[in-house]
Design a protein around this ligand. Structure first.
Ligand code: SAM
Ligand code: SF4
Length: 332
């Protein structure tokens, strides 16, 4: 595709300009987090169904060059189980957009330096407990030490910021809120607490498991005083510690959804385009990519899909329809 002198804004029916692409590079994972995957029995996509690096790069190029996207996040499944991921990062870095990655961190120590060298700037590492027994119970893997090494490797590789994603669940890890806040301050990483969403493989979600963002903020503030930071377009509400030692974020996807500012779209590992994490419709971009459709066809397909982006999800309301895919299959 020829670089466009001026990009076309990709505006959805609710007036939001879409600029952020989440790319799932695999549906596979080396963990089995309770809230995301069953212990056994996941059916992985056959290799040939997964988009190649060339196909991902072409799709991303259209988004950045034609529509002026300014952010790309790689996710999965676990993105680091995809072989040669730094090669993809390098290809995407040539598009001159902000490249980020979300990982469970288990093998990050092996890859952090190569990823940074390839052009990765920012990283989010998921970690839901600082206690070994609980970490094992939640992820069904005894890998807490490796994740901790991964966090250190990300910092040593110069990735900045390093953020820690913590999914908060009532009665499961909500007694670790302040421990996580202290951990973030000591390590020099930004902890972001995420409300538990109904995207898990089993049918365990219910509203009583959600720890509201407001409660998380109050709990931290009682122990370590904080003040709000003015919010931008990002989903996290941010707070800084009044002693100047760091900040914390809360993503209130359930109790205070950020849908009004949502600028995201997603493409799954097998090339299905989604306009919302909770979307029930998908748009097949892989067929177009593999039929060698010209760029205009892809541009029109992306516009048509974004034309269906809804105003927001309706978690907790009677009309909420749970997506048939889990978070690991969509790409969180
Ligand atoms: N495997 C990588 C990881 O765990 O970071 C990337 C994919 S994972 C699906 C992306 C993020 O989604 C993780 O931070 C994970 O904790 C979060 N997540 C998964 N299931 C969730 C749920 N039901 N509610 C809220 N967050 C969830
Ligand atoms: Fe794997 Fe991430 Fe899902 Fe955990 S949350 S099972 S690490 S994809």
């Amino acid at each position: 595709m020829q670089p466009q002198s001026s990009a076309e804004d990709l505006i959805d029916p609710h007036g939001r300009t879409v600029r952020d692409l989440r790319i799932s590079v695999t549906d596979r994972c080396n963990f089995r987090c309770q809230y995301c995957m069953p212990a056994e029995g996941m059916q992985w996509l056959p290799r040939e169904e997964i988009l190649s690096f060339e196909e991902i790069e072409r799709f991303a190029r259209i988004c950045t060059e034609h529509f002026g996207f300014d952010g790309i996040r790689l996710t999965g499944g676990e993105p680091l189980v995809r072989a040669h991921l730094p090669e993809l990062v390098q290809r995407l870095a040539s598009l001159n957009v902000d490249i980020a990655l979300t990982t469970n961190g288990a093998t990050l120590r092996l890859h952090a330096a190569a990823l940074a060298k390839a052009g990765l700037k920012r990283i989010n590492i998921s970690l839901d407990s600082l206690r070994r027994d609980r970490f094992l119970e939640l992820t069904r893997r005894d890998e807490l030490d490796r994740v901790m090494d991964g966090i250190d490797s990300a910092l040593s590789a110069g990735l900045n910021p390093v953020k820690i994603n913590v999914v908060m669940m009532r009665g499961i890890n909500d007694d670790e809120i302040v421990d996580f806040a202290r951990f973030g301050r000591e390590k020099g990483v930004t902890v972001r607490f995420i409300e538990f969403m109904p995207l898990e493989a089993g049918d365990v979600w219910n509203e009583s498991l959600v720890v509201p963002a407001e409660e998380i903020v109050e709990t931290i503030n009682d122990a370590i005083p904080m003040e709000p930071i003015t919010r931008g377009s990002e989903p996290a509400e941010r707070w800084r510690y009044t002693d100047g030692n760091g900040e914390v974020g809360v993503i209130a996807s359930v109790t205070r959804p950020f849908c009004g500012n949502c600028d995201r779209v997603r493409i799954t590992a097998e090339g299905q385009f989604r306009t919302c994490l909770f979307a029930v419709d998908e748009f097949d971009m892989r067929t177009l990519l593999r039929e060698e459709a010209d760029d205009n066809k892809l541009v029109e397909a992306i516009k048509a899909a974004v034309g269906t982006k809804w105003a927001g999800h309706s978690i907790g309301q009677v009309n909420f329809i749970r997506p048939s895919r889990t978070m690991s299959q969509i790409g969180g």
